[in-house]
Design a protein around this ligand. Sequence first.
Ligand code: HDE
Length: 686
Amino acid sequence: MKTEHDAHLGTGGELHQQANAEHLPLTTQQGVAVSDNQNSLRAHPQGPTLLEDFILREKITHFDHERIPERIVHARGSGAHGFFELTHSLEEFTTAKVLTEVGVKTPVFSRISTVAGGSGSSDTPRDVRGFAIKFYTPQGNWDIVGNNIPVFFIQDAIKFPDLVHAVKMEPDRGFPQAASAHDTFWDFISLTPESMHMVMWIMSDRTLPRSLRMIEGFGVHSFRLLNAAGEPTFVKFHWRPRLGLQSTVWDETVKIAGADPDFHRRELFEALGAGEVAEWDFAVQLFTQAEADKFPFNHLDATKLIPEELVPLQVIGRLVLDRWPDNFFAETEQVAFCPSHLVPGIDFSNDPLLQGRLFSYLDTQLSRLGSPNFAQLPINAPKCPFAHQQRDGHMQMAQPRGRVAYEPSSLARDAPRADRATGFASVALDEGGTRGRARAASFADHYSQARQFWISQTAPEQAHLASALVFELSKVEHPHVRQAMVGHLRLVDETLAQRVSTGLGLSELPEPANPALPVQDLPASPALSLIGKARDTLAGRAIAILVADGSDGVAIAALKKAAAAAGARVKLVAPRVGGITLASGKKLAVDGQLAGTPSVLFDAVALVLSEPAGKALCREAAAVDFVRDAYGHLKAIATDAGAQALLMASGIEPDAGVVGVGDVKAFLAAAATRQWAREKSVRTLA
Ligand code: HDE
């Protein structure tokens, strides 16, 4: 019997006719129906292809131009649609409807990205995550173009090209891709003390998220809200993931990059496809100029954060992402976020990093999207009425009527006019001062908040951070760069510097760096700990059950049911993807093949194996790695009697996180968290 698959493989005109009878006719861009999409027009079956073949030429020409320049930073990203719902009005502070109309669901599109790698790079390098949200509000589009880290490397936009050139692939060799562990990055950082606070964050597990649904988001800069009387209030924007914060451990992260370079994109795609959502609480920190004047730092300096203990967060809404885009290119690739997309009632601050960004995004989008009309693309266009006199240009899609393309006019009485009452207003400020290339003196404290971050971390977090520094600096070929970095770390914390120095094998501690201002002893801020914000839950997590011929079907079914009820997604992994024969003789379908579905892709694993299968798997490196990695990555492991041989072959010492398959409750409780106590027995950390 001929299938549709045969029809597409074949070359016979008759088969194609059959396939076409059931589908829409395939046409050229001009709407001309195509008769044969398998063969180009040739002088004879063994002869040259004819230039006359406009169908071939149109198809190939379009294909040749399918790529647009990738983003110079944040090239790799995944996007989703959803909505923002306000739960508490900020009417006292702003006229922005999106922040005052409680219960209204504002449509949004969000894109979460890595920074350094190209668009084809893997999802899991050690890197900051960009977190951009476009709100299609009734007063125009508002974009919060933020990151998952509340501070940044540099204070002034003029340093951004240097920073990015330093972290990107080195220009002579074209590598490393998507990695900060190389000389040019650390050379730049070691000469840029203002980056030390950010260095603490990027070396922490914040840069190794388990899922895009488990990151925080920050607007980073201070913005202003303006109320009906024109009174300003400073504001910082925060996103808090409902699934809690969670990261992977470094060894696991490295292996995920090989096992599934699309790990984060696939997870979000599958979760939304399964009807789950990505959800964040939206919170603000509000403060006045008078309050800001008393902070022990300058809030206009993007290398500083405002501890929650100083200005509490007020949760005022929620963000829900619930729909994967229909088309990746049209939406995720062509979306253009811009920090200067604000709506009336919100305004900028004088943060010099923000001020530079206000220029950059429109400029880069003109070259990336190739036309000043990119705002007409459906993903970028406002969903509220809009009217302006901007005309023409490449790829103009609109067809404005009439002879008036200017303002004011008397010829067209309904032509758009500016309106002081409803239009965008900027804060009225006295900007008196002496102009010059200078920074405020208060920007010069580079170490106090870095130290505050360090002392706010739990012991495992500190160990990971110190080890990350050892890993990265060990990749640096120039000893003087390593030494300079340890010199900076001495100002952050002497024990941290000592640990890194020992990890690098330095014979003695280098001299401390020379701070421009004395380092302040700020109090610890527990809100800065990632583990502190983790949630012991299986929602959004995944469990693998390793099975083989002869496995116990009853145990598998019980585990699957209980894990799914706890919110986890369960996948069966077996030596062959075609499935297994259970002890009962019944067949069971599975989700993944062992070699291609390693345990790094899951949060916990269960081994349900017959004794012969368990023994046979001791000679399979993929099976031994499956178990050993789950153990090494501090995951819960459930085992039955048949799996004992494999456990032994994997060299693991049973602990509180290794439980019997029969004790489903204990397994799920252990699976909802990481076995931190195990870490000291599986690796030596700095
Ligand atoms: Fe960006 N940044 N950035 N950035 N940024 C871009 O704009 C830039 C900065 C952020 O998913 C570019 O359309 C400068 C901080 C995100 O499409 C570019 C400076 C923060 C995204 C650009 C910064 C961000 C970008 C590249 C220093 C967190 C991805 C492509 C003054 C608050 C948006 C593009 C998306 C993208 C410039 C620093 C976040 C080149 C000059 C700080 C999330 O315009």
